[in-house]
Design a protein around this ligand. Structure first.
Ligand SMILES: [Fe+2]
Ligand SMILES: [Fe+2]
Length: 227
């Protein structure tokens, strides 16, 4: 859907004309619903994919325990780490930061505003923890000695925070987007999403990481096949 430069015909007027200089208009309830559902789908899909990758990573990390029968697949771990670092940093966190800051500005609920402050601060912590974990595995790949206790400790810190973060957003923030944001907020975000989809470099990166996601998750299917 491309709303830029388009005047949407008014079937069910909700009387919001947004950013005249950008020529973005949402004037019908159905347009607002489409834009809202596109935003929620995008955030929920990101969370679903991230959770799948975390499960896959967790499965491999479990093989570092002494009682496990096979070695962890280092390539799968590196690919999963690449995805969980790059996708949130480039796509998911910037979108959430934009949406959440608008919600923060609109909301009069102090509890919701506190939760938003907390998850936004967690984005930076998560990016730092992911970077640390990536550095551990880069050292392992380069045959440097890294105590397994250090790796597992860094992994635990990352995964615990990431799971708490996802649960908090799914439970407390995503369900409130609809109630907090006005049609003009949704129109602005929708236009930004459109602009992002049109950027060639961004699109290429999205495609690469969509492929990487399937590569890592499909590897899991191969493992579960009967031998
Ligand atoms: Fe987040
Ligand atoms: Fe999120």
């Amino acid at each position: 859907m491309n709303l830029a430069g388009t005047m949407i015909l008014v079937n069910t007027p909700i009387a919001h004309v947004v950013n005249p200089e950008d020529r973005v208009y949402i004037t019908t309830l159905s347009q607002w619903e489409i834009a809202m559902s596109r935003l929620l789908d995008r955030l929920k899909n990101d969370h679903k994919h991230l959770k799948c990758l975390l499960d896959r990573l967790d499965q491999e990390m479990a093989y570092y325990r002494q009682d496990e029968s096979r070695s962890p697949k280092l390539l799968v771990i590196l690919d999963a780490l690449d995805y969980i670092r790059t996708w949130p940093e480039h796509f998911h966190h910037p979108l959430e930061d934009r949406v959440f800051s608008m919600m923060h500005a609109r909301s009069t609920d102090p509890e919701l505003r506190d939760v938003i402050d907390r998850v936004r601060a967690q984005h930076k912590n998560l990016e730092a923890l992911t970077q640390k974990l990536g550095a551990d595995f880069n050292a392992i790949v380069n045959d440097q000695v890294v105590p397994i206790e250090t790796v597992m400790q860094d992994y635990r810190r990352y995964i615990d925070l990431q799971l708490e973060h996802l649960a908090c957003e799914n439970q407390f923030i995503l369900p409130m987007i609809d109630a907090c944001l006005l049609p003009e907020d949704i129109a602005i975000i929708d236009k930004e999403l459109d602009d992002q989809y049109r950027e060639m470099g961004t699109q290429q990166l999205r495609n690469e990481y969509a492929e990487l996601y399937h590569f890592v998750v499909d590897d899991q299917k191969e493992i579960s096949q009967p031998v």
